[in-house]
Design a protein around this ligand. Structure first.
Ligand code: TXA
Ligand code: MG
Length: 327
């Protein structure tokens, strides 16, 4: 039996299979099997109100999972699937409610990874898969990370190499006339807006609106998330030296991600990563670097704030969720 055939059999038996995608690894189960879905929540320690993303074998399958599908869904699917974009639509009544955390909406995407596309085609149905990490922790971008996170809680890990994009998919809600970005990812509001020929509201635009509280609510998407276990300080260039000075005074060791070379040697700096000003590179490396820094002998992590440009929004979002206030 090939590894894909094994994975298909496990899914059909209601087991958990970790799957590679272009964004991060997912913890997969048969999206039509409530008992299998329950295992995902248990393995991750995920609150049962936090809905899952359903991965589809083909765009035609949308009609089996959603109803009242607007034309925007087809336009975005044609433009970006397979790829790092998740669509929120009205849920089809046949989908078990545990798949959507009790919501009457549903999250759908087709991931762009050859192994997982082959698995989806062979399985012939939807695979529910949240990121394959314990709840609240850094998402895995290699098979090894999945092993570290979930060990034997997962029945099979399909090793598809390091994830190419490195951060989770963009999530856009199509439940209202104006599409709204619920989670920033590598596909931007302006890319979607170009395809749709109409405005797509990004988080930063929503923040400017009065009704922001009700509009941007994403179930389970708490502000603290994707976090290493040691404090991460996200620092503007101007506060850079002051912050490091404070850390040195507290006798703490530090790992650093900066866009410039270290201009000094200091015994309390454990690792200094000089990142290029390239958001694709940064996204691809981010979670692996945070994991490495989390396991080092440092006491904290300091990251220089990237430029406030659309191409960096998804990265800034993840860094903000991972960060702690400096006091
Ligand atoms: O790139 C990705 O999207 C990865 C890979 C594995 O596909 N998956 C992923 O899943 O990041 P997860 O569970 O870690 O994040 C899914 C997010 C959650 O924040 C959840 O609240 C949101 O999607 N979501 C799912 N269904 C939703 C719904 N019906 N309405 C609003 N948000 C939803
Ligand atoms: Mg996640």
């Amino acid at each position: 039996m090939s590894i894909i055939e094994q994975a298909i059999k496990l899914l059909k038996d209601g087991k958990l299979v970790a799957i590679p995608t272009e964004t991060v690894y997912g913890l997969g189960a048969d999206a039509r099997n409530p008992d299998a879905l329950q295992k995902i929540y248990v393995a991750k320690g995920r609150p049962s109100s936090n809905p899952l993303i359903i991965h589809l074998p083909s765009p035609d399958a949308i009609v089996d999972w959603a109803i009242d599908i607007p034309k925007e869904a087809e336009l975005l699917a044609n433009a970006f699937w397979p790829g790092p974009l998740t669509l929120i639509l009205k849920k089809h009544p046949s989908v078990p409610s545990i798949a959507t955390g009790g919501q009457d909406s549903i999250a759908l995407r087709i991931p762009n990874h050859p192994l997982t596309l082959a698995l989806l085609k062979g399985f012939g149905s939807g695979i529910a898969a949240p990121s394959a990490n314990r709840s609240g922790r850094i998402s895995p971008t290699t098979a090894e990370h999945v092993r570290e996170e979930l060990g034997d809680k997962v029945d099979l890990i399909l090793d598809g190499g390091p994830c190419q994009v490195g951060i989770e998919s963009s999530i856009v809600s199509l439940l209202n006339d104006t599409p709204i970005i619920l989670r920033e990812g590598s596909i931007s509001a302006s890319q979607m807006s170009t395809v749709l020929g109409k405005a797509v509201l990004s988080r930063s635009e929503i923040a400017k609106l009065q009704a922001s509280e009700t509009l941007v609510h994403v179930p389970g998407e708490s502000s603290s998330h994707y976090a290493p276990s040691k404090p991460l300080y996200l620092v503007e260039k101007q506060q850079w030296m002051d912050t490091l000075q404070q850390i040195f005074e507290k006798k703490q060791n530090v790992d650093v991600i900066s866009f410039s070379k270290s201009s000094f040697e200091h015994p309390q700096v454990v690792q200094w990563l000089e990142a290029p000003l390239n958001p694709e590179w940064f996204a691809q490396q981010l979670y692996g670097v945070l994991r490495r820094f989390d396991n080092s002998r440092s006491d904290c992590i300091v990251v220089e704030m990237p430029p406030q440009k659309e191409s960096w929004f998804a990265i800034i979002d993840r860094l903000q969720r991972a960060s702690s206030p400096l006091n």
